[in-house]
Design a protein around this ligand. Sequence first.
Ligand code: GS8
Length: 221
Amino acid sequence: MGNDELILLSYWPSMFAARVRIALEEKGLNYEYREEDLPNNKSPLLLEMNPVYKKIPVLIHNGKPICESNIIVQYIDEVWNDKAPLLPSDPYEKAQARFWADYIDKIRDIGWKITYHKNKVEVEESKNELLEMLKALEGALGDKPYFGGENFGYVDISLIGYYMIFYTYETCANFSIEAECPKLIAWVKRCLERKTVSKSLGDPKIVYEIAVEWKKRLGLE
Ligand code: GS8
């Protein structure tokens, strides 16, 4: 698959796009990165390639689009299956990995409430809900270095992009994830030691500045 053309339609603060960037890096694939101007100035290519959701990330492989970040990561793993396997081969283990990736996808809506809700009680409730989820994830991680065991893989990829927005959640609801979930933050640091991860993630403080900007625009500041 040496002559493949890969184009990634992306948006740097997106934890979903980060998944795809990390997977491509883990597989050592070259790709063309195209930053989208979201939310109001999407490229005609994005609208053409993802007419259903009109969202990034989209991976265009030899002209054909693949949409939805977890589906893209699975696709990358299946097509370039000769190195750095991301999903386990055992069907049960694979089902477990998919279960947790699906669970992780529920964080975003709770995080949105933490970031954008005006009502302090609701922010507090959402913060507690988030911590419950992070603790469940910490339990799933256990004492393993990565979610799948010794090797960095699918569930790690699915979750680590949220590191970009953790600082925003902590600042908006005035709490420390590290104080509540130290093992999970130790896992974050372990993941960040990988070049494939650190080069794929944006600065959490700038992500926070973008959120503040949004809050102003929405009249919440
Ligand atoms: C979510 C993608 C998404 O929300 C996935 O790929 O996993 N379930 C999808 N993309 C956002 C940017 S990240 O917040 C997006 O493209 N938004 C543009 C819009 O909503 O118009």
